[in-house]
Design a protein around this ligand. Structure first.
Ligand code: ZN
Length: 259
């Protein structure tokens, strides 16, 4: 980082850091953060403070965007990137918040020139190069170590989109093998699709079978929320995500449980 970058960063943290008490209260509320070391928590507080300063939070549908909502989003977004580049969320700036699930209406023209209308009820949405949209009710239900996390899900799409459209293939780090990533993800995806098609009640949300981008986002939720489930279901994916996020959530949560 340039001297100007360091100066700007220090100045923002000096003026706008999340107050220690407020930070501790949000960490307490989010079991997926339990077990982080003091050093990791200090880095998370800095990253989350910079994140809130850099992003614009806007309300839609009469949403009440309070500090706690911003903290819940920032801490979980920055958990994903705790050991990644600090500018991982570059190239876009707006987070739009609805009070609850929201309706998206779309019109798409197919190759035959027919326009299709669709209506979806969504808890969150990520636009390539554009805003990230979240339902506050679903934000409040995320981070409880029960497997569901709309915040991690939508921000995982943002990481995936760092090298183009979301396709389940984010930019890998030096030393990671693209061929083994593709092989492991394809095999796990095909396996889950086959089990869902066969009517099996799977431990992984069947929404993951929508396409490879959703598979990556849903498995990111499982990796951080219920890592034991992912390690049991798909050890190869656990190891790939461990290399990608440079974190080992299972060891963290277990060390905390035994502490
Ligand atoms: Zn998604």
């Amino acid at each position: 980082m340039s001297w100007f970058g360091r100066w700007r960063r220090a100045r923002i943290l000096d003026k706008h850091a999340i107050p220690p008490d407020a930070f501790r209260a949000v960490v307490e509320r989010l079991p997926i953060l339990h077990g982080l070391t003091a050093d990791e928590l200090a880095r998370l507080r800095e990253a989350a403070s910079l994140f809130i300063h850099d992003k614009a939070f806007s309300a839609a549908g009469g949403a009440d965007v309070d500090d706690i909502t911003q903290h819940l989003i920032a801490l979980q977004a920055c958990l994903l990137t705790l050991n990644l580049s600090e500018d991982s969320y570059r190239g876009w700036s707006e987070i739009i918040l609805y009070p609850d699930e929201f309706l998206r209406q779309r019109e798409e023209m197919d190759e035959a020139g027919v326009v299709h209308h669709s209506r979806d009820i969504l808890a969150g949405e990520s636009w390539h190069g554009g805003p990230l949209v979240l339902s506050i009710a679903d934000v409040a239900a995320s981070g409880l170590a029960d497997g569901f996390n709309v915040v991690l899900h939508e921000f995982a799409h943002k990481l995936d989109m760092l090298n183009g459209d979301a396709n389940g293939f984010p930019p890998l780090h030096r030393g990671m093998d693209a061929a083994s990533w593709a092989r492991d993800f394809s095999a796990a995806y095909e396996d889950l699709c086959a089990r869902v098609d066969a009517g099996e009640d799977t431990a992984i949300d069947p929404y993951a079978t929508t396409d490879p981008a959703e598979f990556f986002a849903v498995l990111t939720e499982v990796f951080f929320e219920t890592p034991h489930v992912l390690l049991t279901e798909s050890p190869a994916i656990y190891r790939q995500l461990q290399q990608f996020y440079r974190q080992h959530p299972l060891a963290r949560l277990e060390s905390h449980a035994h502490a």
